[in-house]
Design a binder for this molecule. Structure first.
Ligand code: FMN
Length: 177
């Protein structure tokens, strides 16, 4: 697991290769296995394989354009009526999909939708809601763009680990590795 965490990078370039059905199912299973506060599972997911819809979603906000070349998008929704900590729960589900994708030989990148804008008059959430027909009671947290990687990024090294952010026993006491 630590090795996977070191190798994990956000992948935004994808090969023109379909993701096998079994792998899509595993990603869904991983999402549904995510832990949630009080086990309330306040999330829902829209699995998008349709290229035309992925293209539309790629315009959700500036900086999400790489979604149009992804083989798969998973839109992560949260229901605030079910849980007051839906943001935490949906973030965990997003992270699990992201991590699981590497275990399956895929690459992925989180596209933030909550609190982001499509343009001056429309939020990214509203834009996604219109395209996918998402009901008003659900919030849109993120979209995970996924595919077989078409870029190689260096793994994280020991220098990327900021041990100064870790304290031992009391805040300000150094954690020495
Ligand atoms: C909450 C969150 C939101 C993010 N939103 C975006 C995004 O909207 N677009 C994007 O290209 N990357 C996004 N990322 C990916 C980060 O930019 C990336 O994780 C960070 O730069 C570190 O790079 P690495 O994942 O390759 O280690 C997001 C990551 C997180 C955790």
């Amino acid at each position: 697991m630590l090795d996977l965490l070191k190798r994990r990078r956000s992948i935004r370039k994808y090969a023109n290769k379909e993701i096998e059905k079994e792998k899509v199912l595993k990603l869904v299973q991983g999402a549904l296995l995510s832990p949630s506060s009080r086990n309330l599972r306040p999330w829902e997911f829209v699995v998008v394989e349709d290229k035309a819809i992925l293209e539309k979603l790629s315009h959700s906000k500036p900086g999400g354009g790489f979604l149009k070349n992804a083989e798969l998008g998973i839109v992560i929704l949260g229901n605030p009526e079910i849980s007051d900590v839906w943001i935490e729960d949906t973030s965990i589900a997003s992270s699990i999909i992201h991590l699981l994708s590497y275990d399956l030989g895929l690459g992925s990148c989180w596209i933030q939708i909550r609190e982001r804008n499509h343009d001056d008059s429309t939020s990214a959430e509203e834009y996604v809601r219109q395209i996918l027909g998402i009901p008003e009671h659900l919030k849109v947290l993120s979209i995970l763009a996924l595919g077989y990687p078409d870029e190689i990024k260096p793994a994280n090294s020991e220098e990327d680990l900021h041990y100064e952010k870790v304290h031992l026993n009391n805040y300000g006491s150094k954690f020495v590795k």
